[in-house]
Write a protein that binds this ligand. Structure first.
Ligand code: UTP
Length: 293
């Protein structure tokens, strides 16, 4: 492992694709089965050796603090009731107070802006950025795959994207490399499909050299009039270098309703205690649909 100890979780976006739910519920708190999206992200970070968590939020700390903080009253009730399994499950969501911090992004000026706010807390070491709405189903957690291959320059997770959807993504321009690690010569945020430099889109996992903060400093807004992390990495490629990492796993965009639904189905079918009942329910539903067609 490489000594990457800190992860930044930018969760200050508006989450408009999930309105009206996100009017009052933060997107990262939407549950996938029985854990909020942010829990999957934190678990993935822990599996990669991260032990300091920095959340960039829009509303300050209240929701996440309530979630990651200890609920002693509930713990006591479960303990007194002999509900050890539930108690253990509850405790796994606790983070030690000294391991996490909050930063407030007053208005959603873009992912790059959100990351720039973490400069003082990150300091001078390489760090991870995880977007919790990109949930990745993988035998080996993706951030751990990346940390194992990290060599000091920026590294971003990539996946092949169909051409009719490529203009929704940041897209990498590959200099060389055909395996999992590709050396990049450029990045373009949301290119027109016929101008995409490759079929590989950027997914929400990054290992970044702290030189990124100088690039973000004073960076002009880019696509969507937002301060784009992609633009800062692109500007730093010559000085620091950047690799794309074609991870092993399947990624779901849980910031979109369709991706969230698919992830729910896949994760439910993975859970031993849910699988059989869920499968037969799906079968019955499909049969009803076929009969009605
Ligand atoms: P998205 O592109 O999914 O935007 O942000 P969004 O605002 O959350 O959702 P929609 O598009 O309106 O439905 C990707 C990640 O970057 C964070 C978001 O919280 C999400 O985790 N982000 C985005 C910020 O923290 N700040 C920003 O200014 C923008």
């Amino acid at each position: 492992m490489t000594g990457i100890r800190k992860a930044v979780f930018p969760v200050a976006g508006l989450g408009t694709r999930f309105l009206p739910a996100t009017k009052s519920v933060a997107k990262e708190m939407l549950p996938l089965i029985d854990r909020p999206l942010i829990q999957y992200a934190v678990d993935e970070a822990r599996a990669a050796g991260i032990d300091e968590f920095i959340f960039v939020t829009s509303t300050g700390q209240s929701v996440l603090e309530a979630y990651f903080g200890r609920n002693s009253g509930l713990e006591r009730k479960l303990k007194d009731g002999g509900k050890t399994n539930l108690l253990n499950r509850l405790r796994r969501s606790n983070l030690d107070d000294e391991t996490y911090n909050f930063i407030q992004q007053d208005s959603p000026r873009g992912l790059g802006h959100a990351v720039s706010l973490a400069r003082d807390l990150v300091g001078d070491d390489p760090f991870a950025v995880i977007l919790p709405d990109d949930v990745i189903h993988a035998r080996r957690p993706v951030l751990a795959q990346m940390v194992q291959n990290f060599q000091g320059s920026h590294m971003i997770a990539t996946e092949a994207v169909p051409s009719d959807r490529i203009s929704d993504y940041g897209v990498v321009d590959i200099a060389h490399g055909t395996g999992q690690v590709q050396h990049l010569k450029g990045l373009v945020e949301k290119p027109a499909a016929d101008q995409a430099p490759s079929e590989f889109g950027i997914v929400g996992r990054y290992l970044l050299h702290p030189s990124i903060f100088d690039q973000l400093d004073g960076l002009a807004p880019g696509a969507g009039n937002e301060i784009q992390l992609t633009d800062a990495i692109a500007a730093d490629i010559e000085a620091t270098g950047c690799c794309g990492f074609a991870f092993q796993g399947e990624r779901f965009d849980c910031g979109s309703v369709a991706g969230y639904l698919e992830a729910t189905t896949v994760f439910a079918l993975e859970r031993a205690e849910l699988r059989d009942g869920f499968k037969s329910m799906l079968r019955q539903r499909m049969n009803l649909l076929s009969a009605a067609a």
